[in-house]
Write a protein that binds this ligand. Structure first.
Ligand code: COA
Length: 208
C-alpha cells in the first residue's frame, strides 16, 4: 500500500535547530509542505541574536515540534539528544510528495524531502535525512543519523548502521551491510559490504 502524507494533516508549531544554509532551506520546504504550520523560528549557537536564541540555552516550548537541520548526522543526533533531554518533542518533516510504502510519522524524527521514495518494510532511525529523489528499496534498514543524498539508490535488504553518508548517485546492490560512520562517495556502485568508518568510491566502489 502506498501512503501519502497530506500537508493539511500536519498543522503544528515548529522550531528549527540550526540557522545555516540547510536550516534556511528546510524552513522553505516546511512552508511549502505545510502551509498551515506555525513556524516560530530558528535556534542556533553561533547566531543566537538572529534567532529565537541559542540551542545550548534553549528551554523547549510545550506543544512545539523541533526539527534539526544540520548536515552532519552526528551533530543532528547530539542536538536532538540535548533538546529531548530537556523535554523537547523532536519531530519529522515528511514531504507530501514522497512515495511511502512504509509507515513514517512525526515520531520517526526524520527529514524526507521532495519525491524521495521509500518502499515497504523499511525502518529508518531517528535524525536520518533522505534527500529529494533518493530511492530506498524494500526491507532496508537505516540507522540513526544517516544522510542519504539525491539520486542514490539503496537496493532491497541493505542494512546501514548509524551515521552512514550516502552521497549523490551512489548505488548499493541488494542485501549489503554498511558499517557505522561509513561514507559512500558520489557516483559509487557499492557491490560489497563496507566496514565501519571506511570511505569508498568508484565503480566498483573501493576504499579511499
Ligand atoms: C568520496 C568522498 C567523500 C571523498 O572525499 P575526500 O576524502 O575529501 O577525498 P578527496 O576529494 O581528497 O579525493 C581523493 C581522491 O579520490 C578521488 N575521488 C574522490 N571522490 C571520488 C568520487 N566520488 N568518484 C571518483 N573519484 C573520487 C579524487 O579525485 C582524488 O583522487 P586523486 O588523489 O587521484 O587526485 C567525496 O569525494 C565525495 O564523493 N563527496 C560527495 C560530496 C557531495 O556530493 N556532497 C553533496 C551532499 S548533498
Amino acid at each position: 500500500m502506498v501512503v501519502t502524507v497530506s500537508s493539511k494533516a500536519q498543522q503544528r508549531k515548529v522550531v528549527i535547530a540550526c540557522f545555516g544554509g540547510f536550516g534556511r532551506e528546510l524552513a522553505g520546504w516546511l512552508r511549502k509542505y505545510e502551509p498551515y504550520t506555525d513556524f516560530l523560528g530558528f535556534i542556533d549557537d553561533e547566531r543566537p541574536k538572529e534567532c529565537l536564541g541559542s540551542i545550548i540555552d534553549h528551554r523547549p516550548i510545550a506543544g512545539v515540534s523541533y526539527l534539526v537541520a544540520n548536515g552532519l548526522g552526528s551533530n543532528r543526533l547530539k542536538i536532538a539528544a540535548l533538546l529531548s533531554g530537556r523535554g523537547a518533542k523532536m519531530g519529522s518533516l515528511i514531504s507530501p510528495e514522497a512515495i511511502l510504502g512504509s509507515d513514517l510519522n512525526d515520531d520517526s524524527q526524520i527529514i524526507l524531502l521532495g519525491r524521495a521514495s521509500v518502499s515497504v518494510n523499511v525502518s529508518i532511525g531517528h535524525q536520518t535525512l533522505i534527500q529529494e529523489l533518493a530511492v530506498i528499496g524494500h526491507d532496508v534498514q537505516l540507522g540513526n543519523g544517516c544522510s542519504v543524498s539525491s539520486f542514490s539508490f539503496i537496493a532491497g535488504g541493505c542494512k546501514l548502521g548509524r551515521e552512514v553518508i550516502v552521497n549523490p548517485h551512489a548505488t548499493l546492490l541488494p542485501r549489503l551491510n554498511i558499517g557505522d560512520g561509513a561514507t559512500l562517495g558520489a557516483g559509487s556502485v557499492v557491490i560489497a559490504d563496507v566496514k565501519s568508518g571506511v570511505t569508498v568510491f568508484g565503480n566498483p566502489a573501493k576504499i579511499l
